[in-house]
Design a binder for this molecule. Structure first.
Ligand code: AMP
Length: 307
């Protein structure tokens, strides 16, 4: 089944201890759709300005990504983000964010054929745009998962609260979970988020992996842990979260499944794809990645976590 992804398409300028890049292709929607495309065809809803190079669109065309939903607006500029990573590569600071065409008022154009998508990923972006996209769907999708970040938790809290009541799952990192709930303990914070609406929450903890928590009681465990893949080559962590979310939803859409066990299995695949993504700047590593490489790392990962 196809996966509908809404998210940013951006120019990223990145500094890491391994080097730097200026105005390379990035954005939450770009990373997520690209990662998803290893598992299932992805439909990307996003918007760019007149400065967006055709060559960047071509790079996305090389994968199974439907770009009918990629709007190009004249007279405006593409979102641009500048970030710097610290020596440990786990922390970063945003040096500059220019939302430009993706400002809070961005109302996505959703092509007709996308509107009955069963699997929807609301990759990092304004909850106002996410709500607008959901209002344009012809029926409630089978699985709607959103990703969010500190920027939207701080700047658009009310639309985010409303969105939480309309989604099935939320993905965010541990500091964001604490920020959203004012709780110091990450597990308590995740439980508080469950009270806000979603049936499950996936909390990412960087090199400490991720956990899944759900309201489900009984047979299926309420909390499940997936460690991070122990990478020795980390060049640029940008897009790790987005490629995790994209691969997770791509793997679920490919199987047409949304039950807890399938979500846990998809988290393992998502962890593996994210571990490849950080091996290069921008899309550099994902552009050479093959399905065989994913399968072989997945099988090594499975051996590592089985006891
Ligand atoms: P990640 O490293 O997974 O957290 O995602 C980084 C990506 O998010 C970069 O490619 C940025 O272009 C994009 N990004 C940064 N800030 C925003 C924002 N406010 N809205 C949407 N996308 C953003």
């Amino acid at each position: 089944m196809s996966l509908l992804v809404i998210g940013s398409a951006a120019f990223d300028s990145i500094q890491t201890p391994c080097g730097s890049r200026n105005r390379v292709i990035g954005g939450s929607g770009v990373y997520a759709a690209y990662a998803a495309s290893f598992f299932t065809p992805a439909r990307l809803v996003s918007v760019v300005g007149e400065d967006w190079p055709e060559a960047y669109t071509e790079r996305l065309h090389k994968r199974a990504i439907d770009l009918e939903g990629l709007e190009v607006r004249s007279g405006v500029q593409t979102l641009s983000w500048t970030g710097r990573y610290f020596e440990n590569l786990n922390e970063r600071e945003t040096l500059e964010i220019r939302l430009n065409v993706m400002g809070e008022e961005y109302r996505p154009l959703v092509p007709g054929p996308y509107r009955d998508s069963q699997f929807v990923l609301l990759a990092n972006g304004s909850p106002v745009s996410h709500l607008d996209l959901l209002s344009k769907m012809t029926a409630k999708p089978r699985l709607t998962v959103a990703d969010t970040m500190d920027f939207y938790i701080q700047n658009t809290p009310e639309p985010l609260r409303k969105l939480l009541r309309q989604i099935d799952g939320l993905i965010l990192n541990d500091s964001e979970a604490r920020l959203l709930t004012d709780e110091k303990n990450t597990i308590t914070a995740a439980r508080r988020i469950l009270d806000m609406g979603p049936a499950f929450v996936i909390v990412k903890k960087g090199e400490n992996g991720a956990f899944y928590i759900s309201k489900a009681q009984g047979a299926s465990a309420e909390i499940r842990l997936i460690p991070a893949f122990p990478s020795e080559k980390v060049i640029d962590p940008t897009g790790a979260g987005d490629s995790f979310a994209g691969a997770l939803m791509g793997a679920l859409a490919a199987k047409g499944k949304s039950d807890p066990e399938s979500i846990i299995a998809a988290m393992a695949r998502a962890t593996v794809v994210a571990s490849f993504n950080v091996e290069g700047f921008s899309l550099e590593r994902l552009e050479t990645l093959t399905g065989d490489e994913i399968e072989s790392r997945l099988s090594a990962f499975r051996t590592m976590i089985t006891f």
